[in-house]
Write a protein that binds this ligand. Structure first.
Ligand code: SF4
Length: 82
């Protein structure tokens, strides 16, 4: 996946994208916020999010979206009728 070479997170601590702390804790929320800030400046964000959704990536922040947000996007896509 050559797009990964252009990822803004290449040199960032992966812990903020895959925190040990639960997302509903203060530490987990802080990590998610940091990760989303990195994603916000990433030139391959859309591609990253597409890959995460297509592969049903169950953990972490990908493409600026948490796992719960991706599940919502996925269920919304399946619920569409047109
Ligand atoms: S969108 Fe976020 S997780 Fe995806 S490659 Fe860019 S910085 Fe990394």
């Amino acid at each position: 996946m050559s797009w990964m070479y252009r990822a803004a997170c290449r040199d960032v601590d992966p812990e903020i994208f895959f925190p040990i702390a639960s997302p509903d804790t203060e530490a987990g929320e802080a990590a998610e916020t940091q990760a989303k800030q990195v994603c916000g400046s990433c030139s391959v964000r859309a591609r990253c999010l597409d890959e995460a959704i297509e592969s049903r990536e169950p953990h972490g922040v990908w493409g600026g979206e948490s796992e719960s947000a991706r599940r919502g996007l996925l269920s919304g896509a399946h619920g569409r009728t047109s």
